[in-house]
Design a protein around this ligand. Structure first.
Ligand code: NIG
Ligand code: FE
Length: 411
């Protein structure tokens, strides 16, 4: 797809090739060209610059972006977008006073979604998930990671991963698949965690790897779910089969899982609502991206990841939606960016960096998406007429996206 965008009020997140992610003070800078043009050739960013050097007599489509801004589409590095049914009953239980943990202990939570998934055909699961993916793309998501983890049996997990693969084949946006068999204990292993972990390591991991349906492996490292030792053993097994580590950690309790993630050179450690000084220290100097999920903090009314403390300590930070039926039933990255500013005291520059280039890194897509860089995919948001990019998080809950382009194609 070839297209020229001209008269762009601000072209946001312009980077040279080779920027992997941004840390600490670097996150406060969002390089922008005012009054710009941008050319897309064959779905990739081909050139851009000030309007005075805009190509004349351009042969492809021309979009006049007067008064509007262009930024990279959101990079949502943590979702559970493939699921069956909904859990609004649990939402009402929480309004009435039960906690997420109490609901899980009563057989709700992840296990509830696993029961629904077992009763849903692969085709139906695909159709439900496809609708959600279409919706998040319309809201500006241009690359995404999707986890399994509601199967909790070999067949159920493979069913989810095949659905993710099918989405990958049928949609233009890059999708990364993560195997999350260690999300919760299935009912038939309720009192046999060691047995489930053994089966996961000896049966599920090799089967998932053999079928080539996942790039990453994830574990819910948390009290009442999987311990740091379980996490280490599962990540080790994943690594042996070529699955890169990414973990859920420090959501409710800090139990030392961040160190396990860093020791295994995890691509990312996600949640981090409960952070101790030692968790921040251990992330310093590593290649592991910490990922905050403010939609989950909002929805469960739990603490927000201490972004200020982490960025001020020199760490990088990414933002993702955690889109799932239990703790974050929304994949709207505009809300995530706004909430990060309002509740986590991130500046608009930091939040946009966290939801683009740092999110791309958190799923291993930093060479393909996440910035306006020559050669990267033209996965772009064209805003409506807005006064400044700070207006995006400021006017929370409002829609300021005019159009979304994936590989230069309007969605
Ligand atoms: O990231 N914490 C673990 N997993 C999900 C929630 C899953 C669910 O409740 O269905 C999360 O918050
Ligand atoms: Fe999650």
């Amino acid at each position: 797809m070839n297209v020229l965008f001209k008269n762009i009020k601000s072209l946001i997140q312009v980077r040279e090739a080779g920027v992997k992610y941004l840390s600490g003070e670097e996150m406060s800078v969002l390089p922008t060209i005012e009054d710009a043009y941008l050319v897309v050739e064959d779905g990739k960013i081909d050139s851009f610059g000030k309007m005075e050097s805009c190509p004349e007599d351009y042969k492809g489509d021309v979009v006049d972006a007067t008064g509007k801004m262009i930024l990279p589409a959101w990079c949502d590095s943590h979702t559970h977008l493939v699921y069956a049914g909904h859990r609004e009953g649990e939402f009402i239980d929480r309004i009435n006073g039960l906690s997420y943990e109490e609901i899980a202990q009563r057989g709700g939570g992840i296990v509830n979604s696993a029961l629904r998934l077992a009763d849903t055909s692969e085709e139906d699961l695909y159709q439900q998930s496809k609708v959600r993916l279409e919706q998040v793309i319309k809201m500006g998501t241009g690359s995404i990671e999707i986890k399994s983890g509601y199967g909790l049996t070999l067949e159920g997990e493979l069913k989810m991963l095949r659905v993710i693969k099918r989405l990958e084949e049928e949609f233009l946006i890059p999708i990364k698949a993560t195997f999350l068999g260690a999300h919760a204990l299935p009912v038939n292993y309720k009192n046999d965690k060691a047995g489930y972990v053994k089966m996961l390591i000896e049966v599920m991991v090799p089967a998932v790897a053999k079928q080539g349906v996942a790039e990453y492996i994830d574990v819910f490292c948390e009290e009442g779910y999987f311990s740091t030792d379980d996490t280490a053993a599962i990540l080790e097994a994943g690594l042996q089969y070529g699955l890169g580590p990414k973990i859920h950690v420090n959501q409710f309790n800090a139990i030392g899982g961040v160190k396990v993630g860093v020791d295994y050179n995890a691509r990312s450690v996600d949640h981090l609502e409960e952070m101790r000084q030692e968790d921040i220290q251990v992330l310093k100097g590593g290649q592991t991206m910490p990922v905050a999920l403010p939609g989950c903090s909002h929805f469960l009314s739990i603490p927000y990841t201490p972004a200020r403390q982490m960025i001020d300590a020199g760490l990088p930070l990414a933002l993702a939606s955690d889109y799932n039926p239990g703790s974050a039933p929304s994949g709207n990255m505009n809300f995530i960016v706004s909430t990060a500013c309002v509740k986590m005291k991130m500046t608009p520059e930091e939040a946009i960096n966290a939801a683009t280039i740092n999110g791309a890194y958190a799923m291993g897509l930093e060479e393909e998406v996440g910035s306006v860089t020559i050669g990267k995919r033209a996965n772009l948001i064209l805003t409506s007429k807005i006064p400044s990019y700070g207006f995006l998080p400021y006017s929370f809950g409002e829609n300021h996206i005019d159009k979304v382009f994936i590989n230069g194609i309007e969605q």
